[in-house]
Design a protein around this ligand. Sequence first.
Ligand SMILES: C[S@@+](CC[C@H](N)C(=O)[O-])C[C@H]1O[C@@H](n2cnc3c(N)ncnc32)[C@H](O)[C@@H]1O
Length: 240
Amino acid sequence: MLALDSARWRTAWDEVMAGFVPGLASLEGAIGTATESVLGRSPTRVLDLGGGPGVLATRMAERWPEARVTMIDIDPVLLALARGGVPDAVTVLDADLGEPDWTGTAGDGYDLATAVMTVHYLRPERIRALYRSCHRALNPGGLLVVADLMPDDGLPFVSAALNPAPGEAAAELAWAQWWGEVASAFDDLMASRAEVFRDRPAANFAGSVAWHVAAARAAGFSEAGLLWRDGRHAALVALA
Ligand SMILES: C[S@@+](CC[C@H](N)C(=O)[O-])C[C@H]1O[C@@H](n2cnc3c(N)ncnc32)[C@H](O)[C@@H]1O
């Protein structure tokens, strides 16, 4: 794979993700501001869960040049793109966030853990377990930020088919096109990818913010609430 292609695919991934979450840039700004204001300094160790090709991990390493950023993913194609593109300050780990032993690989002592558009892959009980693991991995006073589809509290979640968000069909198309293009360059890894997700189909769980707050509190976080919202997407922030 040419380094040039890797850079192009990572940039295109960013555009695809922004199609799903139009306010992605404002979310990243909110994560940065909340972290610096709660810690009273820049974080020194950051964990990005389900980091995909490492675009957020890279931007966090750029925002906080003194920080070590660790990202975890399980997708062999996205891990290859991350390894081909992240700066030295970012460590890329292959681990399953649906199993508790990822913490053994990632270690602890983190100031900030992020999970952007990752937890909807997991079933509710796995998300609760993930929050418990994050609480152990974070320093006291550290932050967990989880952004995903989180319907407004009190309203039932209706599927995108019944209630398509503006631009969602275009985002799905862009996602399919991105994977189609990347697949042609990663024949071997696409086969491993299919194997990885055969046993782990996306749960597509979309709990409300209240659900995530309750799960974070039950996992030991002292405070938890809404950090950010943009339409059906929202971000939980929880303090360890
Ligand atoms: C929609 S992508 C978001 C990627 C990245 N956070 C971003 O915002 O660009 C979801 C990510 O979660 C990862 N993922 C899903 N299930 C996982 C699991 N069980 N363990 C680790 N990563 C997982 C996927 O491989 C994918 O990279």
